[in-house]
Design a protein around this ligand. Structure first.
Ligand SMILES: Cc1ncc(C[n+]2csc(CCOP(=O)(O)OP(=O)(O)O)c2C)c(N)n1
Length: 647
């Protein structure tokens, strides 16, 4: 039999897709799915989410008049199919690569990307804003669709959007893409409710009978499917109206429907287009659908598996270079269990990132003392504060970037009351290929100005362990943040006995006489490399690791400014308001004068790339530190990778 002609290569934009017959859609889905498998297996990136919404993506662009109709993806990790169908098929091989296209919808990239994302649960509010604007402008034919996962639906922001949308007259369709998964299995009462709805025997029995009946009728009339969905709706409404959460919020609820039946989805979406007001379509899908290894495998792993052999499903590991330092996150996870075994007051909290931050190690070992509270950073912080009021010691682990959501909770619920919560901030600093929505650039600056906060960053795994150990000691009575980067540390033999670290005390890594390099956190290791390179050129740099930006080690800074008139600060955080700013404040407040050069993240949106590419772009890689010192010493610079720092 002849192979069917390739359809995907004929689709440059959704207008091309709309020229196809409905009967072609299944083939488009198959090709789109294969395209994603081919590319992601080679280049890495998010995987399971995009495979799960292939049919939904095709049906939405087929039925709706995008980009005039506005399609808003929540979180955006599942939007690869959308990107491929909307003008980016030929550049998709640059996905998440430095200077390539973004792994998330991005307004700068395409008019089809109606709203920039990366963090969850923004889609309903954004789509409602768009719908309200359309209504105001008299564009009443314009449709607005938010596609949100069952995980993202657990966040407060999603409910704020639903609450507001329910009283609006806006044309908004919320597609609830329910695959039972967040990154890890989804949790909470809403999850249970959605499952209950999906498997409700009363509703499903009735629905099946209606469809059976209509199957018979369909022989006699072309409108049978229409009639079917109308009867189904009536049945559903009578059964569920009182108890349906979404109907109670004034949404018209449709579903649950099979999210992998593209033809049926297209029919339903067509119908929904004609129903005014707020509507919700509940689709059931499977994360990783259509690739046998993700379908049958660990869905958490296939959320973002890295590169893999598409034929065997085997993950591609880097070459074996012998024992390597562990990931900071794993040191956190194992240390939690060790500390909790010794101190019965310790509890672990994560908002939906058990495997991302490695709290899953404690959740397995001590299920009654470690909690995944859903995608709910604000709640995670206030819940931790509640635990602490009762004498427990919560270690609340939140990625630096997601902590931005919970800033008020940190100030209002924790810091003002001086409640001891230990914040462990993973992915501090540039996060890599996820890009600007995921970089943890701001926490040093935004926590430093909050009264009562202790703000720290370990330079390596041992320091991380020792800070975590110190935090639980009774003498520490204030909230404390401990932030560390994505990826591996530098110490292979990391499981050393705990040592207390005096709060607010830095350490001198190296004496020197020509220039002082002051660092905080992991980039201290870049300074170690730089000092070695400089020594070979006869430049003797001193290196101070501050450990804390608050309280700052004033004795150490007095020493720095007494001994040196050339000082470089290095941080993996925003320059504005961060550690370097704190050092300048100290200098001014104490009437010192010195030439200070601050290296860190400039005041701009830093795009995606590997962490090292971004360190270089921002100008604080080991080479940049070395060059900055050379410049300060009046020597010729060698490797100017920095775009931003000029001396
Ligand atoms: C505010 C915020 N917290 C945490 C995350 C990390 N995160 C990315 S995707 C995801 C799970 C989303 O689940 P769901 O919405 O059901 O989508 P699915 O992956 O199942 O398609 C999480 C927790 C995030 N992006 N934003």
């Amino acid at each position: 039999m002849d192979k069917a002609p390739d359809l995907l290569s004929t689709i440059n934009f959704p207008s091309d897709l709309r020229k196809l017959k409905e009967s072609d859609l299944k083939q488009v889905c198959d090709e789109l799915r294969q395209f994603i498998i081919d590319l992601v297996s080679e280049k890495g990136g998010h995987f399971g989410g995009s495979l799960g919404v292939v049919e939904l993506t095709v049906a939405l662009h087929y039925i709706f008049n995008t980009p005039y109709d506005q399609l808003v993806w929540d979180t955006g990790h599942q939007a690869y199919g959308h990107k491929i169908l909307t003008g980016r098929r030929d550049v998709f091989y640059t996905n998440r690569v430095y200077k390539g296209i973004s792994g998330f919808p991005n307004r700068k990239e395409s008019e089809y990307d109606t709203f920039g994302v990366g963090h969850t649960s923004t889609s309903i509010s954004a789509a409602l804003g768009m719908a309200t604007a359309s209504h105001y402008k008299g564009e009443n034919d314009r449709q607005h669709i938010a596609v949100i996962g069952d995980g993202a639906m657990t966040a407060g922001l999603a409910f704020e959007g639903l609450n507001n949308a329910g009283i609006s007259k806006s044309n908004i369709l919320v597609v609830l893409n329910d695959n039972c998964m967040s990154i890890d299995p989804n949790v909470g009462a809403l999850r249970a409710y959605l499952t209950d709805m999906t498997i409700s025997p009363g509703y499903n029995k009735m629905k099946d009978e209606v469809w059976k009946l209509l199957g018979k009728i369909s022989k006699f009339g072309p409108n049978a499917q229409d009639i079917a969905s109308k009867i189904e709706n009536a049945v559903k409404t009578s059964l569920l109206h009182q108890s349906n959460l979404f109907e109670s919020l004034n949404f018209r609820y449709f579903g649950p429907v099979d999210g992998h039946d593209v033809t049926r989805l297209a029919h339903i979406l067509k119908e929904l287009k004609n129903i005014p007001g707020p509507k919700i379509l509940h689709t059931l899908t499977m994360k990783g659908k259509g690739y046998k290894f993700s379908e049958g495998g660990d869905q958490t792993l296939w959320h973002s598996p890295g590169t893999f052999d598409k034929n065997t499903g085997e993950l591609i590991k880097g070459e074996n270079k012998g024992p390597q330092p562990p990931k900071y996150q794993d040191v956190f996870g194992h240390t939690m269990v060790e500390l909790a075994e010794k101190n019965s007051k310790i509890m672990g909290i994560t908002p939906a990132m058990p495997s991302g931050c490695s709290l899953n190690i404690m959740m397995k070992a001590m299920p009654d003392r470690a909690f995944d509270v859903g995608i709910a950073e604000q709640h995670a912080v206030t819940f931790s504060a509640g635990l602490a009021t009762q004498g427990l010691i919560p270690y609340c682990n939140i990625y630096s970037t997601f902590m931005q959501r919970a800033y008020d909770q940190v100030i209002h619920d924790v810091a003002i009351q001086n409640i001891k919560v230990v914040f462990c901030l993973d992915r501090g600093g540039v996060a890599g290929s996820d890009g600007p929505t995921h970089h943890g650039n701001y926490d040093l600056a935004f926590f430093r100005c909050v009264p009562n906060m202790i703000v720290s960053a370990p330079m390596d795994e041992l320091e991380l362990r020792n800070l975590m150990y110190t935090a639980q000691l009774e003498k520490v009575v204030s909230p404390i943040s401990i932030r560390y980067p994505r990826g591996n540390g530098v110490v292979i033999d990391w499981k050393q006995p705990f040592k207390e670290i005096e709060i607010g005390k830095g350490r001198k890594i190296k004496e020197g006489k020509d220039v002082a390099i002051v660092t905080i956190g992991h980039p201290g290791n870049f300074a170690v490399t730089a000092c070695k390179a400089l020594a070979e050129e006869g430049i003797d740099a001193a290196h101070y690791d501050l450990r804390f930006v608050k309280p700052i080690d004033t004795a150490m800074l007095h020493e720095v400014f007494t001994k040196f008139d050339k000082v470089i600060t290095v941080e993996d955080g925003c320059l504005m308001g961060g550690m370097g700013s704190a050092v300048l404040e100290f200098m001014a407040d104490n009437n010192y004068s010195a030439k200070v050069v601050r290296l860190g993240i400039p005041d701009k949106v830093v795009e995606h790339g590997t962490q090292m590419e971004l360190y270089k772009e921002c100008g604080y890689s080991p080479d940049d530190i070395t060059d900055t010192v050379r410049g300060l010493m009046g020597k010729k610079k060698k490797s100017v990778s920095s775009l931003f720092i000029s001396l």
